[in-house]
Design a protein around this ligand. Structure first.
Ligand code: NAD
Length: 498
């Protein structure tokens, strides 16, 4: 049955999620009894009041995670049994797809159709991919002298703190939980304060799937009050972080100030899409350009926010982009299945994005369309899809991550100029080139300073494709087999036989 706007609204009105912390397999109040609210950015209405975790709660969650880890109830569970739990976990998430869709849409405003078509399938694919790896991870026997046996064991790290942002609440959590749990670690998840509800349902379902108590804990609350004590904790072995560069750097500082825990970071971006004059389908390039910046309201780490177009096709590309943008991402009620663009996450984020638009104008970029709050949407945190043309790469809008629906089109002379401009940023997450010349594509792939390269595509990928950045976009790789190495450590075992 396809749900209508009315159905979703009725479900939203009836929503009664458990909003306490999830520690040791059960819902509990915060030690200090504090609360905070999440607010629907489409309406300004309170969605729920949640437990406001503090250092005491982090201590409880870490202790429970450590106890579970040491007991071996999960970390030494037979791989085939752990696989069964992870598979059941995925099946339960799928069975609750509509609940997850509703929770994230109400919390952070993304279109409910995006939840059903992108976030939930993306989360399931990743959990199922890592579940499959559990009994396929192998150690190694190395070639040493004949009267010795040396082997390398790959073991879980212990307790992993996972700190995630609000732009894909369920999917960002799933990308990290899936390898962490599959490898046998225990986890304390700290969701973003703007979007904490889906994390709590996730933890409950893990236990329903047969996951032992204490293996997956959730502490909701604010960054300084919960994320910081988690990252500073002496008994946490690793922080898997996705979020801003500013907080990513703090995570590394906290690790240095505490127990040198491992830190992987997935941070922001200012990702370039290069369009060369020899691109044989400029219309497709323009359509992907539009989707690459306005999808998820532009609140995407890999948003293709800088579009570098060779001068020979510059005017034609701008015209095609403008045309393609007209019907693709239209602001609406995110609970309406027909809506393709929701509000930004908070009034602060809306003000920040509008501030960048003012800066773009002040620094001399040409506002081609958008630039304000769409008519009739004053109650929510909406910003229109916005395009600046004639942007210089030195402008603030071309250098700083806006994290909103604001595209900059920058003219470039040729491939050399395009690559130099593309690399002229502190970030290095994603990148793309649109060309029919194989040599140009390959040269770009070699020379671009970015963790992800698309040729004649944007935002393509699956669970096998590494996700992570160069430079200040971070050092981790989500999805892909490499993630397994980030949630395990090796042990060298030498048996002297002489
Ligand atoms: P943020 O850095 O403000 O917050 C991320 C998380 O860190 C939240 O849970 C927050 O509560 C917590 N936090 C904040 N301050 C903290 C502190 N002092 N100590 C410990 N924890 C703290 O980021 P955000 O605004 O939630 O998300 C947007 C950012 O996330 C953007 O920069 C975006 O590019 C990035 N992001 C990156 C990826 C990727 O894969 N590279 C994916 C999604 C989002």
């Amino acid at each position: 049955m396809t749900l209508t706007l009315k159905d979703w609204q009725a479900r939203a009105a009836a929503l009664k999620p458990d909003t306490r912390l999830f520690i040791d397999g059960t819902f509990v109040d915060a030690a200090k009894g504090g609360k905070f609210e999440t607010v629907n950015p489409a309406t300004g209405e309170v969605v729920a009041e949640l437990a406001r975790g503090t250092a005491e709660d982090v201590d409880r969650a870490v202790a429970s995670a450590r106890k579970a880890f040491k007991s071996g109830v999960w970390s030494r569970m037979a791989p085939s049994d752990r696989m069964s739990v992870m598979r059941r976990f995925a099946d339960l998430i799928e069975a609750h797809a509509e609940d997850f869709a509703l929770l994230d849409t109400l919390d952070m405003g993304k279109p409910i159709s995006d939840m059903l078509n992108i976030d939930i399938p993306g989360s399931l694919m990743t959990i199922r991919f890592f579940a499959e790896t559990i009994d396929k991870m192998e150690g190694v026997v190395t070639s040493t002298k004949a009267d010795a046996l040396h082997y390398i064991l790959r073991q879980p790290l212990g307790v992993c703190g996972i700190v995630v942002p609000w732009n894909y609440p369920l999917m960002m959590a799933a990308w990290k939980l899936a390898p962490a749990l599959s490898c046998g670690n225990s986890v304390v998840l700290k969701p973003a304060e703007q979007s904490p509800l889906s994390a709590l349902l996730l933890a409950r379902l893990f236990c329903e799937a047969g996951g032992p108590a204490g293996v997956f804990n959730v502490v909701t609350g604010f960054g300084e009050e919960t994320g910081k004590p988690l990252a500073l904790h002496m008994d946490v072995d690793k922080i898997g972080f996705t979020g801003s560069g500013e907080v990513g750097k703090l995570m590394m500082v906290y690790a240095g100030q505490s127990n040198m825990k491992r830190v992987t970071t997935e941070c922001g971006g200012k990702s370039p899409q290069i369009v060369l004059a020899d691109c044989d389908d400029l219309e497709k390039a323009a359509t992907f350009g539009v989707a690459g910046i306005y999808g998820n309201q532009g609140e995407v780490c890999s948003a293709g926010s800088r579009i570098l177009v060779e001068r020979k096709v510059y005017d034609e590309y701008v015209a095609l982009f403008t045309e393609a943008a007209k019907g693709m991402h239209v602001p609406g009620n995110p609970l309406d299945p027909a809506t393709t663009m929701g509000p930004l996450v908070t009034p602060e984020q809306q003000a920040r994005v509008l501030g960048y638009i003012e800066k773009g104008k002040a620094e001399g970029a040409k506002l081609a369309f958008g630039g304000g709050v769409p008519a009739g949407f004053n109650a929510g945190c909406y910003v229109e899809p916005t395009l600046f043309t004639d942007v210089s790469n030195k402008m603030t809008i071309a250098q700083e991550e806006i994290f909103g629906p604001v595209a900059s089109i920058i003219p470039v002379d040729d491939l050399d100029h395009a690559i130099a401009t593309a690399n002229d940023t502190i970030y290095g997450l994603a990148s793309a080139i649109w060309t029919s010349n194989l040599k140009s594509a390959h040269r770009f792939a070699q020379e671009i300073e970015a963790g992800i390269v698309w040729v004649n595509a944007y935002e393509a990928g699956d669970a096998t494709t590494p996700w992570g950045g160069f430079k200040q976009s971070g050092n981790g790789r989500d999805k892909c087999l490499e993630a397994l190495t980030q949630y395990t450590q090796t042990k060298s075992v030498w048996i002297e036989l002489s």
